[in-house]
Write a protein that binds this ligand. Structure first.
Ligand code: TMO
Length: 317
């Protein structure tokens, strides 16, 4: 038995060596599926499917794995998942940095520049003089009060796993506001649409690039300008005892991340994924395919691939 298995192993190694030598010393990608992460906002799910479908066109096996916006990063470091198409500075920076320290890979930065923060429709400029300054919003809190928030203004916040620390920000800045988080992104847009139709005041979580900018007129609230120390040093900023007394980065990065096994098991796929690079209008219009046009993310991805060959072809070469 021992001899046979040893002989077989030697034979396999020999065959692998021979084919590597013939093929120009290049290892073949594993036939195992590459695990692509899915999150809970539209552009992410569309482009996760776009890269998945493009990998399948290249003969790779893929599997889509839904994951939590923060826990996904340790899963990448542990090789339990392999690829994330959208790492947002404002939502993911801390978890991402920890995962890279633990072995996950930074696979490069998209051309897109991002911002995620409190946002309001422009018709509120008259109701709350001084907007978009956060102090003007705070002075206007009463107009945003609801049965749920009593005398405080309501901030319609994001799902919990987006890692925003807004309740801490409200406290650190001493604002007369209360965060009421939604369970899913669709509820943000339903709340915005309902308020917008009646020209009622609302302040909610939003981001760019997103389909919102093509459909609604509005702006981000301007909080104290972000510096990295705001997230780590309580002494920084106007509250000497607390972190998070600032806005989110106004020109945040959007990155891709991978597992360390990605480059080892699937070197061709990893080379392709490193080249994937998208712009603000591309993220915004991909979100619109789902949130405005009502396509499923899978169909949106297929359509995107059909319509954008000039963009993706160079990534495959
Ligand atoms: C990470 N996100 C785009 C939902 O703000």
């Amino acid at each position: 038995m021992k001899i046979v298995s040893r002989f077989m192993r030697a034979g396999l190694l020999g065959a692998a060596f021979a084919s590597a030598a013939i093929g120009g010393a290049k290892a073949e990608d594993s036939a195992d599926p590459i695990k692509i992460i899915l999150n809970n906002w539209s552009s992410q799910v569309v482009f996760a499917n776009v890269v998945g479908q493009l990998l399948e066109k290249q003969g790779k096996a893929v599997e889509y794995v839904p994951s939590d916006g923060q826990l996904q990063f340790m899963a990448l470091a542990n090789n339990d998942m392999d690829f994330q198409i959208e790492v947002w500075e404002g939502s993911h920076h801390e978890s991402f940095v920890k995962s890279v320290a633990a072995g996950a890979l930074d696979l490069g930065t998209h051309d897109a520049v991002t911002r995620e923060d409190w946002w309001y429709p422009s018709y509120m400029n008259e109701m709350c003089p001084g907007l978009p300054d956060w102090k003007a919003l705070d002075a206007c809190a009463e107009k945003l009060a609801t049965a749920e928030t009593g005398t405080k203004g309501r901030f319609v916040g994001p799902p919990a796993d987006w890692g925003k620390h807004y309740s801490e920000r409200i406290e650190a800045l001493g604002m007369n506001f209360q965060e009421v988080p939604v369970g899913q992104a669709a509820t943000l847009w339903a709340e915005l649409q309902a308020a917008y139709d009646r020209k009622e005041p609302i302040v909610l979580f939003n981001w760019t690039p997103n389909f919102i900018e093509a459909k609604f007129e509005g702006q981000f609230i301007e909080f104290p300008v972000f510096e990295p120390e705001c997230w780590s040093d309580p002494a920084w900023g106007q509250n000497p005892d607390k972190i998070y007394d600032c806005g989110a980065p106004a020109k945040g990065y959007l990155k891709k991340a991978g597992s360390k096994q990605l480059v080892e098991k699937w070197p061709d796929a990893a080379a392709f994924l490193k080249k994937v690079n998208l712009t603000n209008p591309q993220f915004a219009s991909a979100a619109a395919l789902v949130d405005v046009d009502g396509l499923t993310p899978e169909d949106a991805a297929t359509k995107w691939i059909a319509d954008n060959e000039a963009t993706w072809k160079p990534w495959t070469e």
